[in-house]
Design a binder for this molecule. Sequence first.
Ligand code: NAD
Length: 377
Amino acid sequence: MSAVARTTSSRAASTAPRARAIARSTRCVVARAATELCHVDARVIVFSCHSYEKTTLEAALPDSTFISARLQLDTVPLARDHDAVCVFVDDDVGTDVVDALADAGVKLILLRCAGFDNVDVDRANARGVTVCRVPAYDPLSIAEHAVGMMLSLNRRLGPSRDRLRVGNYTLDGLVGQSLKGKTIGIVGTGKIGRAVAKICKNGFQMEVLGYDLFDKEAFCGEFCSSIEDVLARSDFVSVHVPLTDGTRGMFNAESLAKMKTGAMLINTSRGALVDARACIDALYSGQLGALAMDVYEKEKELFFRDFSALDIRSRMLVWDENIAILSNLPQVLITPHSAFLTHEALAEIASTTAENLRAYCAAEPLANRVSSTPPRR
Ligand code: NAD
């Protein structure tokens, strides 16, 4: 891929003045990164591109093709005549798709996210396709969302809002608990887990417990040697491990039973870490007091789409019983994989993706290369 100069375009976006100001400043950063770094002649197709990110990505990856379609086997033909595909968390980059991309001449997969559980990296390596990711994008953004969900559920903000809308100004059933002195257990004390721990300790004076299979570095709370210890002692449990064969279903009927009765579970990591049906049973029995989830095990079929205008027959074809039950429980709060959704994180995603592309085209060492499919842990 030879080097050619590119210019960047910018567009007005966003609504509120503050949001417009932040968007302007982040776009400038990205635009600078793009003109300084992304002088490449790679043909990139960006899958699953949504309006919230389009302007930022257009500035970082000028002259790329942007489409809203998700990458899956039947959309691979759209990648023909491109050197690289740029994808997000719910794109399908499994074995068949990797093979089809390689057959179509794609050489590079640019993930716009940290997790790579949706990619068969070993197959990509075997087919000569390089995979790069964005290992971190403003971990505080995700941590703040996790804490926001915890606060909202604890103080019943959702039910309070619902009541006010219909003219009900009563307080019965809305009693929460003060967080000072309560215990939060952090499962996975990496970048995001540590950020949640600091907010809870320094902001709310909570007791903080941590569990991590690998990372044993200094932590602002008490490190526990077993996850059982964390589950048994925590009033709130926040999950921040990646999805691997070893973490899939980590929160199932058995582990939920080991939690303190009435504790709250917060999952902003990956949906398949938590067994949704087991959570419903535990919520019904009261073993689980509340559930916050930004991710869902079957989100691939649901999230980032709008089904509200479908006729009933079509709607029933995509109906998901577990999420329908969970969405209607007052002690559950669901957000549609939006924990990362800040201007700051979007800017970091775009600039790191542009840098990954530039480094690949310049045949430089790839700091953010993913070299193997996550091992069983
Ligand atoms: P990180 O790599 O910094 O931390 C993950 C931690 O989990 C590491 O310390 C690792 O040692 C630990 N771990 C791995 N396997 C474990 C196991 N079996 N038991 C206990 N600990 C284990 O990652 P991060 O930046 O903190 O991100 C965590 C996860 O958050 C990502 O993997 C991703 O799935 C998710 N994420 C979600 C969003 C969102 O918008 N909802 C955004 C970014 C990341």
